[in-house]
Design a protein around this ligand. Structure first.
Ligand SMILES: NC(=O)c1ccc[n+]([C@@H]2O[C@H](COP(=O)([O-])OP(=O)(O)OC[C@H]3O[C@@H](n4cnc5c(N)ncnc54)[C@H](OP(=O)(O)O)[C@@H]3O)[C@@H](O)[C@H]2O)c1
Length: 429
């Protein structure tokens, strides 16, 4: 005997339209495989007259989202909105859950900002929340977390979570482009939005890091307490010099699971050239976990795009339908219960890459070394570059310096006319 599951959709942009296509293409299969007749109920859009990237002749469009979230016949709501309406989107998700609908989410920003509030609601209700499309595009990362790490403590995560920045870094490294030109190219190819600020300032990657922390480490850190270093804070010379030192510069998110809380670092970072993340290029993402027993595991794939994202949403939808209709989902419920709120750990010790310009006169390199030694900072590697317009470049790696010492060194360099061009963290392992 077959049953019917009605799906409501919020948003019919590039992801929503693809989701409609995938649902329609799989309706027969779903009936055969699961005995479920998947019907699209109502679809919310802002502008009813806009041309859509999918056939809408058989869809019930509405410009009132509450027509979808309050519809008693709808079992599952798929949110493909996001955009600027963050609070509005959160409100629809909350209302849908309060009206006993399971929800498939796509908006990382909404989940990263309001995840704790949404999860509190879920604790009391027999509905599910799935969110695989929010992180890593086509990489089924939340399903891997849910199914595969039952006996593991995830100790660390290193990820390239923003496809736009990774594409830009790849163009800088391979084609010698400036950050600005590479960004223009990304926009031309559709890899970057007209307003790319969330991507290049690191916020998009931060939202994803918070979501991954929530579900892999079961810890919630208030995103307002976190900061990022813009991914735009580098130039091509840094990439060349990093390579001479045996490193690549990547737009990284690093999350460490400490007893005292979570340590987040988001921004450009040097990573050893043989690390799997150093070799993740173009618009690809990678998520590398270090488990207490598994050791290092990496998950690689396309981080964005309407098709991989809609595919992840459809898979979530099938997951909900397959788990007793739109109903209970024991394992996820356990996950919601386990989550605790913790603080961000601001660790003081830093491993740093420095690039400086100094006048080409005898004793300048010795002076740099003396200032560092006087402040008990260890130099791991140093290279001196050719003279350009009377200045020579000095590049070095220092380890384990605290923030106060670093500030002091910066002041002393300035007093001695040593011009700092770049300071970046590096990952030692
Ligand atoms: N595109 C990707 O590669 C990708 C990847 C991962 C996750 N996502 C997430 O998927 C969601 C949808 O992305 P998209 O690329 O499909 O976006 P989009 O093309 O801009 O479509 C957004 C849809 O939501 C509707 N909408 C209703 N209220 C809105 C509001 N206040 N602000 C913005 N849109 C509103 C829009 O209606 P109208 O069409 O009538 O204006 C439109 O149909 C976002 O949360 C995004 O973060 C996207």
């Amino acid at each position: 005997m077959s049953r019917t599951v009605k799906v409501g959709i919020l948003g019919l942009g590039v992801v929503g339209a693809e989701l409609v296509n995938i649902i329609k293409a799989n309706q027969e299969n779903m009936l055969k495989k699961y005995g479920v007749n998947v019907e699209i109920g109502k679809v919310y859009v802002r502008d009813l007259s806009k041309k859509r990237a999918t056939d809408t002749s058989d869809l019930k469009l509405t410009n009132n989202a509450y027509d979808v979230v309050y519809d008693n016949e709808i079992d599952v709501v798929c949110e493909c909105m996001g955009g600027s309406g963050t609070e509005e989107t959160k409100d629809y998700v909350v209302k849908a859950i309060e009206h006993n609908k399971s929800v498939v989410m796509s908006s990382k920003k909404v989940l990263a900002l309001y995840g704790n509030e949404i999860l509190q609601l879920l604790k009391e209700r027999e509905v599910s929340l799935r969110y695989d499309a929010t992180v890593g595009g086509g990489i089924p990362i939340t399903k891997i977390i849910k199914e595969c790490f039952k006996g593991e403590r995830i100790e660390k995560l290193v990820g390239i979570l923003n496809a736009t920045s990774n594409f830009i870094y790849t163009r800088m490294e391979k084609d010698n482009m400036s950050f600005e030109d590479a960004l223009k190219k990304a926009q031309k190819l559709g890899y970057a939005e007209n307003d790319p600020s969330e991507d290049i300032n690191g916020f998009d990657a931060l939202y994803k890091a918070v979501i991954l922390t929530l579900f892999s480490m079961k810890k919630w850190v208030d995103i307002k307490t976190l900061s990022t270093t813009p991914f735009s804070n580098i130039d091509v010379l840094d990439m060349k010099y990093a390579s001479e030192l045996g490193y690549k510069i990547k737009p990284l998110a690093i999350v460490e699971n400490r007893e005292s809380g979570i340590r987040y670092r988001l921004g450009p970072c040097l990573i050893k050239e043989n690390h799997i993340a150093a070799n993740t290029v173009e618009n690809y993402n990678i998520i590398v976990f270090k488990g207490s027993n598994t050791g290092v595991l990496g998950f690689y794939g396309q981080g964005a795009g309407s098709k991989p994202t809609a595919s992840a949403m459809f898979d979530d939808l099938v997951g909900i339908i397959g788990s007793d209709g739109a109903g209970s989902d024991g394992l996820l419920r356990e996950t919601y219960r386990d989550i605790t709120s913790v603080e961000n750990v601001n660790e003081n010790k830093n491993n740093l890459y420095w690039r400086m310009d100094v006048e080409n006169i005898v004793g300048k390199l010795a002076l740099i070394c003396t200032i560092l030694a006087k402040n008990s900072v260890n130099i791991e590697k140093v290279i001196q570059k050719d003279e350009i317009e009377g200045k020579i470049g000095v590049v070095l790696l220092t380890s384990n310096a605290d923030s106060t010492t670093i500030s002091k060194i910066i002041d002393e360099f300035s007093e001695n006319h040593i011009e700092i061009r770049t300071i970046l963290p590096f990952l030692g392992e």
